[in-house]
Structures are given as structure tokens and as C-alpha cells.
Ligand binder design. Structure first.
Ligand code: ZN
Length: 311
């Protein structure tokens, strides 16, 4: 088959230890460190490892400084901390975060109801965090609800892009557009990329089963940075029981087959998925974890004794 040899590398920022575990029952810092260790062993080089948020509001993220202090320090590995405000940013920097991620909602109603701030205040706060970081570490601003909001429905890509430009003017090192509500489809990804360009990150959700196809469409369009979560864990706050973040192993499996370099070893990544499964104590939403890679068919699936009616 044709394989685009030397196809440009993709950078995956693994968000499982933060976005993935945030919605689970609280796990001690030691378990979260063990997960990051397994991910780094698999070749992951960018990890959102902790959040410096109120432990009352998000109990699962308590002990962020302890997590950061216990992470394996490796050449070329960067640990990101999610920070909701200036105080969180100070704590993240003190704890040794190599990058700060800050969320600004593209949806005015979502921002008001779920963040308790007007978008304007949120933009000003992101700029203040960029000022605090002062170029010492990168600040990635994640534009949430970039593909729509539960309150306003679809958002105008031009308006989302205008918000992005203001965040860049405010000092953001990079921007990541997030499909928080799972409303993106390939044509809507194309519509947004036509406005914002392809030098952006994408944070895609599987809420409606479109995460992987959206990532593929974005990759074909030229996007090279993606947030994914091991095992597909993560929040789908607007669709209870649905899949969470795009699963890291599903995307690596696809990129491997396309000959695209990620630096991540799929077998070792599946071991990290086993670690996260043992931490959360329930099955993972990731189909690849359930079925295994396409080139490793398990013994006992030869069809012998079956009804012969499977398609
Ligand atoms: Zn997410």
C-alpha cells in the first residue's frame, strides 16, 4: 500500500493524568505519578500532568505540587499544568511546571454558567497569566467549546478565530481549540481551520464517536498537534456515559499505519492503558484497548465453532 514515507511528525500532548482522571474518583499522587511514568516510558514527550485548581472544586486533582515533584525528569519531556487563574499559575510555576495551560471558553453562556466569568474577564486573566509566565515557560491557551456550546449551539468559526487572535495578542504562546461538547465533525473542523490556520492544537472528544475521524481530517489538513487521553478517559460533561477524550492509542494506531512519526511505542502505550485501568478500576472506553491492534489478532478468534454469520 502507499505509505507517505517521512510524513511530518505529529506531537501528542497526553492529557489523561489531568483531563482523564479529573472526572474519576480521586487517586493519590503516587498513582498519578506511576501513570505519567508509564506514559513517558512509552515515548510520550508532552504530558498534562496536574491541575492547580481548588481541591474542594476538583477533589481528583488535589496534590498537584506533590505530583509535579515526583515526576521523572527526562530530557525533552515537558509537563504541563492546567491553571484556572493567577494563583493557580503561581502554584504551577512554583511546582516546576514546564508549561501552563489556560482555558478560555468561546461560548459566552458556557463561560458565565460554568466558569463564572464573562469571556472578556477570561481573556484578561489569560493575558495576566502570560505576563506572569513572562516567557519562562510556554502558555497554551485552550479555547473550549470551539465547535459549539450546549447553550448557543454552533458558534461562528470567524468569531472563534477572532477570539484566538486576541489571545495571541495577549501573549499566548500557542492555541488549542477544544471540542468540549463533542459537536465537531470533519466539515466543521475544516471550517474552523479555514479561519485559524493549521498551526494550532486540537483537543477532540469522542462524545458522539467523531473524535478519531475529526483528528484524521485535521491531520490531512496539516494540523500537527493534538491532545489525547490514554484509554479514552475524560469528561463528557454534556453526555453522561458517552466516550471521553480521543484515545491516545487509537490515534497512535492510526498514525503508525500512515507512517507518521509520533515517538510513541504502541505496545508500551497499551501497558500505560493497563496502568490507568487499574487506577480507575473500570473498563476503558477505548476500542483499541478492547480489541488490540489490527496486526495482533488474538488466538481463539479463528471463527471455528462460530455460527458463521458474523460480518
Ligand atoms: Zn477533554
Amino acid at each position: 500500500m502507499s505509505s507517505p514515507a517521512g510524513a511530518a511528525a505529529v506531537t501528542i500532548r497526553e492529557v489523561g493524568p489531568r483531563d482523564g482522571l479529573q472526572v474519576e474518583a480521586p487517586t493519590p499522587p503516587g498513582a498519578r505519578i506511576r501513570l505519567v511514568q508509564a506514559l513517558v516510558d512509552a515515548g510520550v514527550r508532552e504530558v498534562e500532568a496536574a491541575a492547580f485548581v481548588s481541591p474542594r472544586a476538583v477533589p481528583a486533582m488535589a496534590g498537584g505540587a506533590e505530583v509535579m515533584a515526583g515526576l521523572p525528569r527526562r530530557e525533552g519531556v515537558r509537563y504541563w499544568a492546567l491553571v484556572p487563574n493567577l494563583r493557580g499559575a503561581e502554584m504551577g510555576l512554583e511546582a516546576g511546571a514546564g508549561g501552563l495551560s489556560v482555558t478560555v471558553s468561546a461560548s459566552p453562556a458556557y463561560s458565565r454558567r460554568n466558569v463564572g466569568m464573562e469571556v472578556e474577564e477570561s481573556v484578561a486573566q489569560a493575558a495576566a497569566i502570560c505576563g506572569l509566565a513572562g516567557g519562562r515557560v510556554p502558555v497554551d491557551v485552550v479555547v473550549s467549546c470551539a465547535f459549539g456550546s450546549p447553550y448557543e449551539g454552533d458558534l461562528e468559526p470567524g468569531a472563534v478565530a477572532a477570539l484566538g487572535r486576541r489571545l495571541t495578542e495577549g501573549g499566548a504562546t500557542s492555541l488549542t481549540y477544544a471540542d468540549t461538547t463533542g459537536m465537531a465533525t470533519p466539515r466543521r473542523v475544516a471550517d474552523l481551520l479555514a479561519e485559524v490556520g493549521t498551526d494550532v492544537g486540537l483537543h477532540l472528544h469522542e462524545t458522539r464517536g467523531t473524535g478519531l475521524v475529526n483528528a484524521y481530517a485535521a491531520w490531512q489538513a496539516g494540523v500537527r498537534r493534538f491532545d489525547t487521553s490514554v484509554g479514552g478517559l475524560g469528561g463528557s460533561p454534556f453526555a453522561a456515559g458517552a466516550g471521553g477524550n480521543l484515545a491516545t492509542e487509537s490515534f497512535v494506531h492510526l498514525l503508525d499505519d500512515l507512517g507518521v512519526e509520533t515517538g510513541i511505542d504502541l505496545d508500551a502505550l497499551l501497558e500505560a492503558a493497563a496502568v490507568v485501568r487499574s487506577i480507575v478500576g473500570h473498563d476503558l472506553p477505548s476500542p483499541l484497548v478492547a480489541a488490540g491492534p489490527r496486526d495482533r489478532l488474538a488466538a481463539g478468534t479463528s471463527g471455528e465453532g462460530g455460527g458463521g454469520a458474523l460480518v
